[in-house]
Design a protein around this ligand. Structure first.
Ligand SMILES: NC(=O)c1ccc[n+]([C@@H]2O[C@H](COP(=O)([O-])OP(=O)(O)OC[C@H]3O[C@@H](n4cnc5c(N)ncnc54)[C@H](O)[C@@H]3O)[C@@H](O)[C@H]2O)c1
Length: 241
């Protein structure tokens, strides 16, 4: 039996990388997937995948999306807040604009997504939210100050949402990727940081985005029905050291 048969799932940052892998994994399991991104998908959509252009920093657009999804498809039971951007500047060099840009996408976007979709999940009696943080939401490397701060905020905001809405049938968990082979990693200039993290990863390699998608599927599906407020690390053992 498919794990998400007929369930409506919202995924942000869905056009490439981890988000796309999550959408394809959800489709394998029978979900109707609303793929949200500010850019067009980088590959053709599969059966029951629907693209909606969304900039996660725009609260009004989130509210409009929630209404449109509800009237077009029905109640969303799954929300994956995955869209995120990185900046490698250390504290002394981070500019106010860069700080605000990172916080706006990585933190405001997660807040606005939960604000938009929680009411319909609560009204329907339940839902599962997965927020994508990072190993850098709980442990650190030098530099990337705004990114670390933003992913730490995603970690504790997820726990707060889990506590606040547990009695209404809502489960909220964060997932913490190590180094995953996506354009976010492969295109960056700061390859030396990526290589250093891979070298310190006990499993000695990057992950395929599908390995992260399997973790998101677990947290989004009823297989994790008694799991809320956790941090799931998909990091090849990096944070166990
Ligand atoms: N790849 C890794 O190694 C890694 C490690 C830790 C955490 N993460 C996190 O995983 C998530 C996905 O990363 P990825 O590697 O797939 O990145 P990616 O850059 O390959 O893809 C990110 C997607 O998000 C979209 N996006 C960016 N800003 C947006 C906005 N304002 N509104 C809507 N969509 C927007 C982009 O268009 C893109 O399609 C991010 O939150 C990232 O911080 C990734």
């Amino acid at each position: 039996m498919p794990k998400l048969e007929g369930k409506i799932a919202i995924v942000t940052g869905a056009s490439r990388g981890i988000g796309r892998a999550v959408c394809d994994r959800f489709s394998d399991e029978g979900a109707i997937v609303v793929m949200c991104d500010r850019n067009e998908p980088d590959a053709a959509l599969l059966h029951r995948q629907h693209f909606r252009r969304l900039d996660v920093t725009q609260q009004d657009d989130w509210q409009a999306l929630a209404q449109e999804v509800s009237s077009t498809f029905g109640t969303a039971r799954i929300l994956v807040n995955n869209a995120g951007i990185v900046d490698y500047a250390p504290i002394i060099e981070v500019t106010p604009d860069a700080w605000k840009r990172i916080m706006s996408v990585n933190v405001d976007g997660v807040l606005f997504g939960m604000q938009a979709f929680l009411p319909q999940m609560i009204a329907a009696g339940g839902g599962a939210i997965v927020n994508v943080s990072s190993i850098w939401g709980s442990v650190a490397v030098p530099g990337a100050a705004a990114y670390h701060a933003s992913k730490g905020a995603v970690r504790t905001l997820s726990k707060n949402a889990a506590m606040t809405y547990a009695r209404q049938g809502i489960r909220v968990n964060s997932i913490h990727p190590g180094i995953i082979a996506t354009p976010h990693v492969v295109d960056v200039q700061e390859r030396s940081i990526t290589d250093a993290v891979i070298a310190k990863t006990p499993m000695g390699r990057m992950a395929d985005p599908r390995e992260l998608a399997n973790g998101v599927l677990f947290l989004a599906s009823d297989e994790s029905s008694f799991v809320t407020g956790i941090e799931l690390y998909v990091d090849g053992g990096y944070t166990a050291q």
